[in-house]
Design a binder for this molecule. Structure first.
Ligand SMILES: [Zn+2]
Ligand SMILES: [Zn+2]
Length: 186
């Protein structure tokens, strides 16, 4: 499954934003403007205005709504959610090559940060649904992990946010449980 580079950036931005809040532990990696600035440096290709605490709370609100796209499981509800975000952001697609590669900006430069990020993330997730289906938007199956991810595996079989960490941890736990069961019966 291939995304073009900028669709991929939108999708990665949405996933990474949702995962800045660990809903199991309530640990939040996006509570201050400097943390938000770092996140944007890593993810957004153009936004250079100063960030405020209001920006942080707006993006936290966006994050809560984006998580629902992974958890609701109802195509009608999720599509409404994403279409609402695109409408609220007053998305205005414009083709640009300001960095040497043709790509869309979904909002004008003067738009709020919320509008930029809502349009970007909603377009990314909506593109995944259009091309590959809602079942690609997943929550990690490991106990104690509710990180979200987009399943890009060919046979739609990915279950963990990080197979090396959550997948391994789950396999080890299952192995120990089998050992205990074998010990108890033997
Ligand atoms: Zn750009
Ligand atoms: Zn996980």
């Amino acid at each position: 499954m291939n995304f073009d580079a900028y669709t991929d950036l939108s999708v990665v931005t949405a996933v990474d934003l949702v995962n800045t809040l660990d809903v199991e532990t309530a640990q939040d990696m996006l509570t201050r403007p400097d943390q938000l600035a770092k996140f944007l440096d890593d993810h957004l290709d153009s936004y250079d205005r100063p960030l405020t605490p209001d920006d942080v709370s707006d993006i936290q609100g966006l994050r809560d709504r984006l998580r629902l796209a992974f958890t609701l499981g109802s195509i009608d509800t999720v599509v409404d959610l994403l279409n609402d975000l695109m409408a609220e952001s007053s998305a205005l697609p414009q083709l640009t090559d300001h960095d040497g590669v043709w790509h869309f900006h979904f909002t004008p430069p003067e738009s709020s940060l919320f509008a930029h990020m809502a349009a970007e993330a909603a377009m990314g997730l909506a593109s995944v649904i259009r091309d590959h289906g809602l079942e690609r938007l997943r929550v990690c199956a490991a106990t104690g992990c509710q990180r979200v991810f987009v399943d890009t595996s060919r046979n739609r079989s990915r279950r963990y946010c990080n197979p090396d960490i959550c997948g391994n941890r789950t396999n080890v736990a299952a192995f120990r449980a089998r050992q205990r069961a074998a010990g108890a019966s033997g």
